[in-house]
Design a protein around this ligand. Sequence first.
Ligand code: SF4
Ligand code: SF4
Length: 306
Amino acid sequence: MQEHYIKSDIKGCIFDIQRGCLDDGPGIRTTVFLKGCNLRCSWCHNPESFIREPQLGYDYSKCMGCRKCDMVCLQKVHRFKGKKHEVDFKKCTLCGACLRVCETGAVTRIGEWMDSDAILEIAVRDKKYYDKSGGGVTFSGGEPAIWKDFLLSLLKGCKERGISTAIETNGIGAGDSLFEIMKVTDLFLLDFKLSDCDKHMKYTGRGNEDVYRTLELLNEAKKDVILRCPIIPGVNDDEVHLKTVQKLLKKFGCICKAELMPYHSTGSGKWAKIGLHYSLNKLKSMEAEEKIKLERTLFVSEGSGI
Ligand code: SF4
Ligand code: SF4
């Protein structure tokens, strides 16, 4: 039987859709990555999500130096000094000319405008797997909550199709729209990056007052929350921060569990591909044993629920 849903042509910018995900909430999930973020975390592994619009990417490891991009670019974005290929990202108008002539895929367009119906059509393909595994769709980013109307149309569209919903949020983007988002979101994956407000400001560009406020509101509304805690060596791998996480677990009944997410350097190379400098380039990925040690000392021994 043909299903009839309310049509929506609200558009947003998406930089990835991953099906069959196992790490963004329970069960088998489709994760939709919305472009645009209101924070600038120093360790971000998705810096291509910072700005809301599509943008140029350049991967020097794929470039064979043929200079075809330079020949077709009217904005003089591509410059060659000897064999060195420099890219002036700010001048790019995304006309697409260099993308068409580059044979190696060294230049790419990051992000596409999509309407919510097109995304929901992809999401619904795996509904039988969601139903069997207790999964659903997770909206991530960037910060999905900065797209209020677009995000709401996606969440409502999922509900209309009987699909469970989750959003991964930094707790700062939603403002008053959080109340509307809560009505159509089953699970919140809430980032808890730094317990100290000044450090939060230093490493993300914003203080953390709204994170605590969001947690209070989610608790009052009895929503399910998973606290996601990136652990960055030398930034927040200290006892004070982890003890704060422990206190939050005890205080807020809405938190089902906390997930420690050890720093991994795999995303660091993405910064250069969009013309940004990565300031933590000396930081090494954390070993799995270090994560286990942190969990043992601070949670299991105290019986706090990881
Ligand atoms: S997309 Fe157009 S403006 Fe941007 S670098 Fe390529 S040719 Fe130049
Ligand atoms: S067209 Fe592609 S491979 Fe050739 S120089 Fe430009 S980026 Fe490199």
